[in-house]
Design a protein around this ligand. Structure first.
Ligand code: PMP
Length: 380
């Protein structure tokens, strides 16, 4: 197993001084690469001013306020109230509580092969029986329906508090919701009064070529979940809604969601620095070209399919055994990648957005060599 000593840009350096090209960004976290100077400076500066002061809410903590404002400036009016938490799973928990209280309903609908986190509430919405089974009973009143199957939307009814969806399912191996499906889902939620929750933990911050994946579809959710890249490499999550909707959590009881460290000042400062650097850069504009370059260079009879949404790609092989060997060979040759939770036969590519064309070519050369090596040795 690798032991990383330092990380800089798109590279990880092991204890023995070997250099590895990072094709997964800590699962879509380090979108600017590692140790971006603006993020490191922001962390140092905020650490010198203050760390944790009080449970979230009692004092105004300017790093939270500034970052929430910046996010709101880049989101529709309906998504202008940001509640910072610690992680993606806590963001899902907050959204479930908000939806249940706002709608006065308990049912939550989610999709097959969905992933929203590993706490007991979030785990109740996991589209995998295997991962859920050992921890039963979980939340009652949850209902799984099929992703991209419009006919299943009739299961969303007047009893449904909310529907959770990843506009691009990450752990399912990059499965993109079709525009028509999302439109039908939005309509069904409007008809029934169910709230629509988009989980963009993996797809936000330019990963798909737009700041948020939902911008591609012109469909706005009622609640947006952010995590992973949100803290610029520090732990931070958020659930975001309108001011009116979020107000539901501040009465009866007044403390609808309590989190000691949620919105930690250092994490907010780091996230703000990363997002500011991203917005000032041209990296998002190049995402689609870089995606196309990966797709152009990764052509091999052993590759069954490539599914992608910007710089989030799943390269599908016959089996987990083959995929695993290819991944091991890539790592041995200095390219870090892995598979997906619900798509073990797919190799994950989600590099920092700053990856250059030359680095993509080098990564693809190593992957192609690994595929040849594994396929040749399989025949023997
Ligand atoms: N939602 C999605 C779509 C995710 O991919 C993840 C993490 N893989 C989470 C939520 C949970 O985030 P965390 O691990 O920060 O709880």
């Amino acid at each position: 197993m690798l032991e990383i000593a330092t990380a800089k840009g798109v590279y990880l350096y092991s204890q023995d001084g070997k250099k590895y090209l990072d094709l997964i960004s800590g699962i879509s976290v380090s979108y600017l690469g590692h140790a971006h100077p603006r993020v490191v400076d922001a962390v140092k500066k905020q650490a010198g001013q203050h760390l944790h002061l009080m449970v979230y809410g009692e004092y105004i903590q300017s790093p939270q306020v500034r970052y929430a404002r910046l996010l709101a400036e880049h989101l529709p009016e309906k998504l202008s109230c940001v509640y910072f938490v610690n992680s993606g799973a806590e963001a899902a928990e907050g959204a479930m509580k908000l939806a249940k209280k706002a709608a006065g309903r308990t049912e939550i609908v989610y999709f097959d092969r969905a992933y929203h986190g590993s706490t007991q509430g979030a785990l109740s919405l996991i589209g995998s029986r295997k991962l859920r089974q050992p921890f039963l009973p979980l939340l009652p009143d949850v209902r799984e329906i099929r992703f991209n199957e419009t006919t299943d939307l009739s299961s969303v009814t007047q009893k449904t508090a909310c529907v959770f969806i990843e506009p691009v399912q990450g752990e399912a191996g990059v499965r993109t919701a079709s525009r028509d499906f999302l439109k039908a889902l939005r309509n069904r939620c409007d008809e029934t009064g169910a709230l629509l929750v988009f989980d963009e933990a993996q797809t936000a911050f330019g990963r798909t070529g737009k700041l948020f994946a939902f911008e591609q579809h012109a469909i706005v959710p009622d609640i947006l979940l952010l995590a992973k890249g949100l803290g610029g490499g520090m732990p931070l999550g958020a659930f975001i809604a309108s001011k009116e909707l979020m107000a539901v959590l501040s009465s009866n009881p007044a403390l609808g969601h309590i989190t000691t460290f949620g919105g930690h000042p250092v994490c907010c400062a780091a996230g703000m620095a990363a997002l500011t650097a991203l917005l000032e850069s041209g990296w998002m504009k190049k995402v689609k070209l870089k995606e196309a370059l990966f797709r152009k260079l990764l052509v091999h009879p052993a590759i069954k399919q490539i599914r992608s949404a910007g710089l989030l790609l799943a390269v599908e092989f016959d089996s987990f055994a083959v995929c695993r060997k290819i991944i091991d060979r890539c790592i041995k040759n200095g390219v870090v990648t892995d598979w997906f939770l619900f798509a073990e036969n797919c190799l994950r590519i989600a590099p920092p957005l700053i990856i250059t064309e030359a680095q993509i070519k080098e990564a693809c050369r190593v992957i192609m060599e690994a595929i040849d090596f594994v396929m040749q040795n399989r025949k023997i």
